[in-house]
Write a protein that binds this ligand. Sequence first.
Ligand SMILES: NC(=O)C1=CN([C@@H]2O[C@H](COP(=O)(O)OP(=O)(O)OC[C@H]3O[C@@H](n4cnc5c(N)ncnc54)[C@H](O)[C@@H]3O)[C@@H](O)[C@H]2O)C=CC1
Ligand SMILES: O=C(CO)COP(=O)(O)O
Length: 335
Amino acid sequence: MNRKVAVVGAGSWGTALGVLLAEKGMNVSLWARREECVREINEQRSNSHYLPDIVIPENITATGDLEAAVKDKEMLVLAVPSQAVRQVLRQMAPVLGDQLAVINTAKGLEMETGLRLSQVMMEELPGPLKQRVAVLSGPSHAEEVSRHLPTAVVATALEKQVAEQVQDLFMAPSFRVYTHSDLTGVELGGALKNIIALCTGISDGLGYGDNTKAALMTRGLAEMARLGVAMGAELMTFAGLAGMGDLVVTCTSMYSRNRRAGIQLGQGKKMPQILKDMGMVVEGVKTTRVAYRLSRDKGVEMPITEEAHQVIYEEQNPREGVANLMLRDKTEEWR
Ligand SMILES: NC(=O)C1=CN([C@@H]2O[C@H](COP(=O)(O)OP(=O)(O)OC[C@H]3O[C@@H](n4cnc5c(N)ncnc54)[C@H](O)[C@@H]3O)[C@@H](O)[C@H]2O)C=CC1
Ligand SMILES: O=C(CO)COP(=O)(O)O
């Protein structure tokens, strides 16, 4: 299959996915926001800030012109931070219409509205495209995907046929794509695991052990699933690649920006400085805020998210956050 494809966003993930598609023989149009990034990709075949050491294939063409990048492309892949999804869709909307799929790969929730990103897409895309919204998610660090290390993810969409087209688009010998029918669960799994990755990072930064990490991951998954089910997701989705799978990789890998931000927070560094030094998106920070609000609105108990919220937004000492979790009223594991 040789599709006309555009990737919107030339950060770590957009670049890695562009390289994957180009290596499958597709001509990829890659939109980058910064002009120096466009030039570096086209002239030096590298994207040194986001994916050093990776050679960008000749069949990727970078451009700073968003409308030109997406015009007449069959498949669009969105790889900008969650909070930028609405804005880039608005900007490209005038030239959209005939696409087979618009695939979001960002993992987050919109800060102002609390919406899932597919809901944002449905609001912004022109008529017929609303039904061709899709999502690619799962445990997949860009640094490993671009080095062809075996990776498995899921593709989901409102319509099964669209999910299958996304599966066909990305399937490669080192990149296995399963289809999935639970759009809500897949999106929530990808967004909420970043909160728990921040927390396991904090735990590592405080010098706590593997027991602590296992507890946070397991109880974190329980509260992710509780909120997910309250929002219409299927419970089993949280046991799959987009739930537990992504939780495991993000909570344990040193490639995770969320985990690394958490480690620094646990070591006493302040969040504004951490974000400045990271120079890449740390989605879990804003997702913590949104999930905290959603848990209150929906009456869902999310004690780990609540403590993360206090640490990130109320300058609570992380050690106190852990103590609060340990000293909660005694209870059964499953209620
Ligand atoms: N890096 C990874 O391994 C993976 C990342 N993701 C998700 O993909 C999304 C993008 O992440 P990364 O590429 O890693 O981030 P990044 O920080 O490496 O790159 C973000 C890109 O978006 C651009 N950007 C930033 N603000 C923007 C704005 N307001 N408008 C338009 N463009 C803007 C930046 O210039 C940069 O090119 C995130 O939601 C992330 O959770 C998903 C799977 C894997
Ligand atoms: O979602 C990811 C891997 O699946 C990337 O996680 P980070 O944003 O924490 O790096």
